[in-house]
Design a binder for this molecule. Structure first.
Ligand SMILES: [Zn+2]
Length: 423
């Protein structure tokens, strides 16, 4: 479905009015009901047709017709009925774990990750290549990512999966057309539509491609793979060499009017502070990004070696090394100052610390919470919860792979128009 694929995060389902081939009321009704049935099965697998009818409020006949279309499209499977004592039980239905799957790729400053998620949301395959992408031309990084992706797609196909969509996360400002406008920590990436380039390199018939900022995708990964269903409003802070934020409001990603919001890393925390890669001074990431934090703790390793630096930082913090604790406390205060500006404007109840901030959470959560208590004006009667991501550096690549799966479940007819049948 070329041309539609990037509108995901701002286009709610079932109100798009895109179908123009048939009487709108019939088509839209069927489309809505297909999403209703599939969504029900995603929330509660192994329902019979009768249970689906009871749960959705549809008639059994309608459920049977819709299920038939979903089975034919490979989205739903019918399992063998359990042998009951009385009568013949209905066959349990479930999402097809051996059917369509989403491929996710995250290109970050010092690594490339890829993973495949099946329709039930299970991560089936993953890979990670550590390399300093600042020193390499974008073409070479994309080629490396495509090779990793091609290997995973081949393994997925061997396991009976069909990779039908691609999500790509990149460390920069991405517009609604999936074009990267600025990546302060990478060189020469401006103007690149990474997902489209990767689609060509992977050379598979994909039904959807999507590209977004890695922090936005990490926020979605957190929403879909880690947080409870009722945590629908939060800001995800992505701490890497760059620092970003993904804002989720009412369960939906908020990307700003042009798709370029969430740049927490470039909120000023010290007007006279160190130079930032963006050209400004005293931005949060120049003070508390991974390399800045390691340097202030006396652990400046730089480049891909900074991963090892994080481990060293954690082990020094565990034994209470004073210089490390001071550096962590200063970083946490800076994160709190930047977040307070965010939260005073946006009024969000939960902060999720992700990326390498998640590993450092035992030393960050206390001082960040203290700063918010002082600086967020509503904190005296409505405190903000600060928690650590449980996905670590997997949040973004899972969100990237999950995009395709969520799209299918939220509106199966969008990527699988055959479920609507002939009109
Ligand atoms: Zn900056």
């Amino acid at each position: 479905v070329p041309g539609r694929s990037f509108a995901l995060a701002r286009a709610p389902i079932a109100s798009t009015g895109r179908l123009q081939e048939a009487p709108a009321h019939q088509q839209l009704l069927k489309r809505h009901n297909l999403a209703l049935v599939l969504g029900h099965l995603a929330g509660a697998p192994n329902l019979s047709r009768a249970q689906l009818a009871a749960g959705t409020g549809l008639t059994k006949a309608t459920v049977s017709t819709l299920v038939c279309a979903l089975v034919a499209a490979g989205l739903v499977v019918e399992r063998d009925p359990a042998r009951g004592l009385i009568g013949r039980p209905g066959s349990p239905l479930a999402l097809n774990a051996e059917g369509p799957a989403g491929l996710g790729i995250e290109i970050n400053v010092d690594y490339v990750s890829a993973c495949v998620v099946d329709l039930t949301g299970t991560v089936r395959l993953r890979d990670k290549i550590v390399s300093d992408n600042r020193l390499v031309a974008p073409e070479a990084v994309l080629d490396r990512a495509a090779q990793a992706a091609t290997r995973l797609v081949a393994k997925a196909e061997a396991a009976g999966l069909s990779v039908c969509g691609l999500g790509v996360g990149v460390p920069g400002l991405v517009d609604f057309d999936g074009v990267l406008h600025r990546a302060p920590n990478l060189r020469d990436w401006e103007g690149i539509a990474a997902a489209e380039v990767l689609r060509d390199l992977i050379d598979r018939p994909l039904r959807s491609v999507y590209c977004d900022n890695e922090a936005n995708l990490a926020a979605l990964g957190e929403r879909w793979f880690a947080l409870s269903e009722d945590t629908a409003d939060f800001v995800f802070v992505s701490g890497e060499i760059g620092v970003g934020a993904g804002i989720v409001i009412g369960g939906q990603l908020f990307r700003g009017v042009r798709g370029l919001g969430g740049e927490l890393g470039h909120v000023t925390v010290d007007p006279n502070g160190p130079r930032c890669s963006c050209g400004s001074r005293g931005c949060l990431e120049a003070v508390a990004g991974r390399e800045a934090l390691l340097a202030s703790a006396g652990l400046a390793l730089g480049g891909a070696g900074a991963r090892g630096g994080t481990e060293e930082l954690v082990s020094r913090a565990i034994v209470g090394e004073p210089e490390t604790l001071v550096a962590l406390n200063n970083a946490a205060r800076a994160i709190g100052v930047a977040l307070a500006a965010f939260l005073n404007v946006l009024d969000l109840p939960t902060v999720v610390l992700g990326g390498f901030y998640a590993e450092l959470a035992p030393w960050l959560i206390g001082p960040v919470t203290d700063e918010l208590a002082v600086r967020v004006v509503n904190s005296s009667w409505s405190s903000t919860e600060v928690v650590a991501s449980s996905l670590g550096d997997q949040a973004s690549v899972k969100g990237a792979a999950g995009i395709t799966v969520r799209r299918i479940i939220d509106d199966p007819a969008e990527l699988f128009p055959e479920v609507l049948g002939k009109t």
